[in-house]
Design a protein around this ligand. Structure first.
Ligand code: PRP
Length: 213
């Protein structure tokens, strides 16, 4: 077995976009996109191994060296304060981390808020800096329900198209920051597999240049 790169890829929505980019730079492996429950793929020709992991776990695999490199949303890097090298912004998976709630909720007047979120660390830091105190309620998905059933006043969540907010009669009260997908590397791997890791960086840059032509 060749000692190629171990690559952590996010499953689901973001995964398809990342996979399309990898294919374009010659790092595709068709079996990954097959409809199966398989999670680890070894590309014998190139010697690379791909792991399909939960998007929020990609940075953990890379930080601990189980994967050499990975592709992950900036939101996850901010939330986990991940100890990895962030090498490149792929410019895909673009969305915003926002404070959202019901339209008539007087967000700007409130000094204390009940906040439901999948991003407790980002939320804590943001509200501390903005001078509001909060009660934090950590959830793991479908956050939009929280203000509708009075679990919270507002939510801090990812907004991409805005459809989920709209369909649940919620609006953005404040944008915290934009996020997108980043190419990351384990710090030790970056040294001892530097050539391969840099090669992918160069290919990503070239692809962006070609797409901008
Ligand atoms: C994310 C996020 C929002 C939604 C935003 O949820 O938490 O709910 O996408 O996307 P939109 O602005 O395009 O509607 P996801 O689909 O990952 O599932 P989840 O609710 O289980 O977290």
């Amino acid at each position: 077995m060749k000692d190629g790169l171990k690559i952590a890829l996010p499953k689901v929505r973001l995964g398809n976009k990342v996979y399309a980019v990898l294919s374009q730079i010659g790092y595709g492996y068709d079996e990954i996109m097959a409809d199966s429950r398989k999670l680890v793929f070894y590309d014998e020709a190139k010697g690379n191994t791909y792991f399909l992991v939960k998007p929020s776990d990609v940075a953990t695999y890379v930080e601990y060296g189980a994967a050499d490199i990975g592709f992950v949303g900036k939101d996850i890097l901010l939330e986990n304060n991940s100890n990895v090298f962030e090498l490149y912004d792929l410019g895909i998976g673009k969305c915003r981390i926002c404070v959202a709630g019901e339209k008539d909720f007087p967000y700007h007047e409130k000094k204390h808020l009940k906040v439901a979120t999948i991003f407790p660390n980002i939320s804590r830091e943001y509200f501390l800096a903005s001078g509001k105190t909060i009660d934090l309620i950590t959830l793991h998905g479908s956050i939009e329900i929280a203000p509708l059933v009075n679990l919270s006043d507002v939510i801090v969540d990812i907004v991409e198209t805005g459809t989920t907010l709209r369909e649940n009669n919620l609006v953005v009260h404040k944008e915290i920051c934009p996020v997108s997908t980043r190419y990351i590397a384990n710090k030790v791997s970056y040294t001892y597999k530097n050539e391969e890791i840099r090669r992918i960086y160069d290919l990503l840059k070239n692809l962006e240049a070609e797409n901008n032509d």
